[in-house]
Design a protein around this ligand. Sequence first.
Ligand SMILES: NC(=O)c1ccc[n+]([C@@H]2O[C@H](COP(=O)([O-])OP(=O)(O)OC[C@H]3O[C@@H](n4cnc5c(N)ncnc54)[C@H](OP(=O)(O)O)[C@@H]3O)[C@@H](O)[C@H]2O)c1
Length: 276
Amino acid sequence: MSIDIPTITLNNGVSMPQLGFGVFQVPDEETTTAVTAALQAGYRSIDTAAIYGNEAGVGRAIAESGIARDDLFLTSKVWNSDQGYDATLRAYDTTLAKLGVDALDLYLIHWPAPAQDLYRDTWRALERIHADGRVRAIGVSNFEPEHLDRLLASAEVVPAVNQVELHPAFQNRAVVAANTEHGIATEAWSPLAQGAALGSEPVLTAAAAHGVTPAQVVLRWHLQQGRIIIPKSVTPARIAENLAVFGFDLTDDELTAIDALDVHGRTGPHPATFEG
Ligand SMILES: NC(=O)c1ccc[n+]([C@@H]2O[C@H](COP(=O)([O-])OP(=O)(O)OC[C@H]3O[C@@H](n4cnc5c(N)ncnc54)[C@H](OP(=O)(O)O)[C@@H]3O)[C@@H](O)[C@H]2O)c1
């Protein structure tokens, strides 16, 4: 199926689908089934990571899909224990081999892991891979403003993306502002707060008004604010539902009501202290 998914133009001119498919916490075997369902539904961007242990499962689904590599956008991430220049170069080769591809579209530093103090060396490795034409864009994940500042002080390439926790209860505004200031696209992980974002009154009211589901309202809220999103589901009906978000618009009042749900409700680890 072909669905017209909007794209975001990254700071190096590369186009990235604004809506992709996440596979965190999906076992490798099940990943092939889920990604196959997602590709059949019309997703073309897949977000995985070395630590998820399912890059091979993603690779199998891609290979079996028959979809041209150029029509896919593949993201993976270097794990904390592989940070540092040489280890990251090796980790990238392993990731490519598991996915069965020659290059990624986007490669991210998964966490800053600041106590290790390696993310600037890791970034140099990503810059090397990028300069060699082996990845189309490089970026970071879970970087706080201070990590971005420190990285940018020595970086040659500005990250294209910062993938961070972001959903109605945790809107991560200081990070979004820093990303915008530096020309870095914001990508929201756990865009549905793993399902916890779906029961609040403004979301339910908007869902009833538009005849859509609460998940579709929350995803639409992200999209209308220009963010990249990567909802995850292993349930075929939800995989399709999460893609059917281009036939309605939330009003400004509905967007504002969801904006007001921010209670700084972080669900994941804090990037300043998480070392993995
Ligand atoms: N960079 C990072 O550190 C980081 C951290 C976390 C996540 N991520 C990425 O972001 C992706 C998304 O985040 P996430 O997986 O944590 O959470 P999420 O996408 O916010 O939510 C996934 C959960 O919501 C359920 N769900 C999905 N669609 C639904 C719908 N339409 N209605 C009701 N429930 C629905 C899923 O259930 P079923 O699967 O059972 O259907 C699953 O339990 C990940 O898969 C991963 O690629 C990155």
